[in-house]
Write a protein that binds this ligand. Structure first.
Ligand code: SF4
Ligand code: SF4
Length: 235
């Protein structure tokens, strides 16, 4: 899943300064699971914004200022903000606001901005990575979407993500007691993990042959990627 965390409240308030009526919009998928942008977080953030006050609200053009300087928040959470059809039921609500505060990952925020071209859409989260939930409140990055998955070669451990230097032919020689030299307190050596896994599978001979250079043009280094499936393309 995509893992994200909420931005500092001051940054969010900075975006909303000058707005009067804001739709706080959650996403019911990854960010709900990682406790950053689901229904519960929408309700909490909306009330913090309302009660915390301190926002410099200005009246919208043609609207008389009540003088209260209060921010009005509307709340909603849709199933997925990365899929346009899920915005249909909240379109009128969104149009009635002068800004959208999205608690989706960066993909959802960008789609919301595209669907509402005349409305400011602000991110409430920092999108961190694709990963797994390891324990309560702990997540681990394990895929960088390199576009050419080699997990089948490396025993199901990703050298691109789990090795700090993304080495295809490791280890680099800097690991100690299974920990990476980049941060021995925190990061396991990805190549130790690959070695241990291949050993457990009885496939250590895999490491005798050098892995071919990775084609980085298939990663984001080749520019924003697109995928077109001819078998499902419509129209
Ligand atoms: S090899 Fe590429 S696609 Fe496979 S897990 Fe690693 S980064 Fe993701
Ligand atoms: S110590 Fe291990 S994980 Fe760290 S950079 Fe070297 S091979 Fe990669």
């Amino acid at each position: 899943m995509i893992v994200a965390e909420q931005k500092q409240i001051d940054e969010i308030k900075g975006y909303l300064a000058g707005h009067r009526r804001v739709l706080v919009l959650g996403c019911g998928t990854c960010v709900t699971v990682c406790l950053a942008g689901g229904e519960r977080e929408v309700a909490t953030l909306a009330s913090v914004l309302r009660l915390g006050g301190g926002l410099a609200c200005v009246p919208a053009p043609g609207v008389r200022d009540s003088g209260e300087g209060k921010l009005e928040t509307l709340e909603n959470t849709i199933e997925r903000q990365c899929d346009a059809e899920f915005f249909d039921p909240i379109r009128r609500q969104a149009e009635s606001c002068d800004a959208i505060l999205s608690l989706a990952c960066g993909v959802g925020v960008q789609l919301a901005a595209r669907l509402f071209p005349n409305k400011p859409v602000y991110p409430a989260l920092n999108t961190k990575f694709m990963g797994t939930n390891e324990a309560g409140g702990k997540w681990q990055e394990n895929c960088l979407a390199c576009g050419d998955c080699k997990l089948g070669v490396f025993g199901g451990v990703c050298p691109v993500t789990r090795c700090s230097k993304s080495l295809s032919n490791g280890p680099c020689g800097g690991s100690e007691e299974g920990m990476c030299e980049v941060d021995p307190e925190r990061i396991e050596c990805g190549w130790q993990l690959i070695y241990d896994r291949l050993k457990a599978l009885g496939k250590l001979e895999t490491l005798l042959a050098a892995a071919p250079p990775r084609d980085w043009s298939k990663t984001h280094s080749g520019g924003p990627r697109r995928l077109s499936r001819e078998d499902v393309v419509q129209g």
